[in-house]
Design a protein around this ligand. Sequence first.
Ligand code: NDP
Length: 455
Amino acid sequence: MKEFDYDLFVIGAGSGGVRASRIAAGHGARVAICEESRVGGTCVIRGCVPKKLLVFASQFSEAFEDCGGYGWSVGKPEFSWPDLIAAKDREIDRLNQIYIRLLDNAGVDLHMGRGRLVDEHTVEVDGKRFSAARILIAVGGRPWVPDIPGREIGITSDEAFHLEALPRRVLIAGAGYIAVEFAGIFNGLGSQVTLAYRRDLILRGFDDDVRRAVEAGLSGRGIDIRYQVEPARLEQVDGEVEVTLSDGSKQRVDTVMFATGREPYTWELGLENAGVRLGPGNRIEVDEYSRTSVDHIFAVGDVTDRIALTPVALMEGHAFADTEFGDMDRPVDHANTPAAVFSQPPVGTVGLSEAEAREQGFNVRIFRSQFTPMRYTLSGRTEKALMKLVVDAKSERVLGCHVVGPDAPEMLQGFAVAVRAGLTKADFDRTIGIHPTSAEELVTLRQPVDDQPGS
Ligand code: NDP
């Protein structure tokens, strides 16, 4: 007789949980997973995937504006928000079904309902109890909203995907990934957008040249960026939302969206019943094998607040399953994690920013190019793309690669391989460009910035 119902019980069927359960089952483990909302998690249901569909939708307005330069004339384009949301919902339903099927095909038992730890080997899902030799917590994160009067009038990205109508005027609080991506979405679809940020430059943590290039792109598209302010109070007045900002100014809008960060979803999970320890910001503390303070309980993904990106959660879940059930030794490895911001213009980045490299004591050489992408020539758009390499002067290794402009996220996947492999500037220079592309700039950057006259 088996001691436990399962070898592994996973709480949360998002990116990390689904990957871990499928890989563990593939290694022969008896696996169950539970989910309180919809299988697929943040990324598929209310994050990366629907966001990118909305980004695609919002980019058409720019294409309509630019097409005249290429000989096209189109009538006045019309946009239907309800049609877009319905189409997006159909696609998310399809993906949700695919995820359910993937679990089924892998032989993973799916229990719909909220999971809670009863003790260190027992999970309860809607009154039913299951015992497991190992437990994986992969419950993700939730939007965090500042505690100001009227906060309940505002929305977060969760609700933005289901608004009944496109807001005519929207104020977005914050200037991280979600804020700048949704600023572009709403602006492209025709809303008047204000971005309110408490500091003085968007996208803190990214390379400063990247931040300035995106800022120029947002402003150039008509987004009103307001620095050194944040919402202090929201009130419903005459069917509108009146926002009082921290400098005392007031603004009337239709919607206020908080994009002020996300927090680990660790409450009401029964962690205390099992002795799982929390770290700062209520994240679950784990080691390099994603092991919590309890030997056989693990956690992956946003709930551990390491790097809150889907591919990182996939890697963490996969490494956990390989180590625990596949007889491998796979500590997690977050080095040189590439990232993209699907703002307009978009960002692709990997490795160290210039400031980080200097802080870490590298003597850096900076290679940078700003140019008008070819596709803008006939359309008359003046926006510049940015390409930047941060190179260690001593070893010649490329420490960071940063791109802002059309297709930047697509470009960066390949360059991430190069940076991750520790290639040098000479390796980049030896590579023949693909012409005519923007990406070829990254292999033809000859002069470091310091050597350039006037820089
Ligand atoms: P971010 O951490 O990227 O940004 C949060 C923003 O809110 C920052 O501008 C921050 O300001 C501001 N903020 C934080 N606290 C407060 C406060 N008390 N008052 C006012 N402003 C505040 O979080 P997001 O919510 O945008 O995204 C969460 C995570 O999800 C991201 O970090 C990323 O890992 C992931 N994500 C990834 C995407 C992608 O890969 N393309 C897309 C969307 C999300 P400050 O700079 O001052 O701290």
